[in-house]
Design a protein. Structure first.
Length: 321
């Protein structure tokens, strides 16, 4: 999603110089790297090895990125090297500042982002290793069964109506109005599931939040390994937070539960919680879109989300519960 502005040679030289000064890494070359939803990314090559650089220029997201770095550092300290490895500064800090961005440096992982039915078994196995290292006291938010995501969305919608200054705002407002009855219906469904699930909150574990979208199959020097990266949205939550995205498929629910049992994790997925997270995440992603309007015109992305989005099959399943 993040589209970095064109960077000239002077910017790259300054970034290389900053990395050497703060991290003690003498980089020889900067190459563009595949980016995710947030962040400007680079591959930094030295004479001996390579590193992954991520610069978060979005003010509202920077604290989330820094929190994710601390989660990766904790999991690595527990021997879970498949989460990536944050490289600290010479002063031992997990991040640095560059041109107003939060900069994180990671060891380079040689792999390809892959998500298929076949990758679910190794993905769930890695998640179980994370669940086994859950402990209290980490700087993570705790999930609640509430309809706050929908309330926040409607507040953001009203704010946009009052100040439609962003590119594409008029078209986006018309699209939201066109889908108002659907949005109201899903808010009501979320509220109902929040009340139902809130009666039995259940145990919480360290969850990823988007494991399937960040599952990497190793190649080259990392062939034979699998990785789960990007822990920005890590949270203490019921395990349905990680399972909901495939929870509409009986085979995936069975696989998730069987993997939990094989790893001696005393938890079994519940349909009402899968329903809750289906509606909750629908509004969560809408809020992410609206939060990014100051930076990008997301009309086409939001239109696709309503009409052809991957989330529709999940909502159709939740509608049956």
């Amino acid at each position: 999603m993040y589209v970095a502005p064109s960077r000239d040679a002077a910017y790259k030289r300054e970034l290389l110089r900053t990395i050497e000064e703060i991290y003690g890494i003498a980089g020889r070359q900067l190459l563009p790297a595949s980016s995710g939803y947030y962040g400007e990314t680079w591959k930094l090559c030295t004479a001996e090895e390579s590193f992954f650089l991520k610069l978060d220029y979005l003010p509202y997201h920077q604290a989330i990125f820094e929190r994710g770095l601390s989660v990766v550092a904790y999991l690595c300290s527990q021997g879970l090297d498949f989460v990536g490895e944050v490289v600290p500064t010479k002063e031992g800090k997990l991040s640095a500042s560059f041109h107003g961005a939060v900069l994180g440096v990671f060891r380079w992982l040689e792999g390809e982002n892959v998500e298929t039915d076949a990758t679910k078994a190794p993905e769930y196995q890695l998640l179980c290793q994370v669940y086994q290292h859950t402990r209290p006291g980490l700087p993570l938010p705790s999930a609640e069964f509430s309809s706050q995501a929908a309330l926040t969305f409607f507040e953001n919608w009203q704010a946009l109506e009052k100040d439609p200054v962003y590119p594409g705002a008029g078209e986006i407002l018309a699209l939201l109005e066109e889908n108002r009855s659907l949005l109201e219906q899903r808010r009501e469904r979320l509220d109902a599931f929040a009340r139902r699930c809130g009666k039995e909150p259940g145990d919480c574990y360290i969850t990823h939040g988007d494991a399937g979208g960040n599952f990497f199959v190793g190649k080259g020097k990392d062939a034979g390994k699998n990785f789960l990266v990007d822990w920005d949205e890590a949270m203490y939550a019921p395990l349905e937070r990680d399972a909901w995205v495939m929870g509409c498929y009986p085979w995936a629910r069975e696989l998730f539960n069987n993997t939990l049992r094989r790893n001696n994790i005393p938890y079994e997925l519940r349909l009402d919680r899968l329903g809750f997270y289906s509606y909750h995440m629908f509004f969560f992603y809408l809020n992410e879109f609206l939060s990014c309007l100051p930076f990008w015109n997301l009309y086409q992305r939001i239109e696709d989300y309503f009409e052809n989005g991957w989330i529709l099959e999940r909502l159709q399943f939740a509608d049956t519960l």
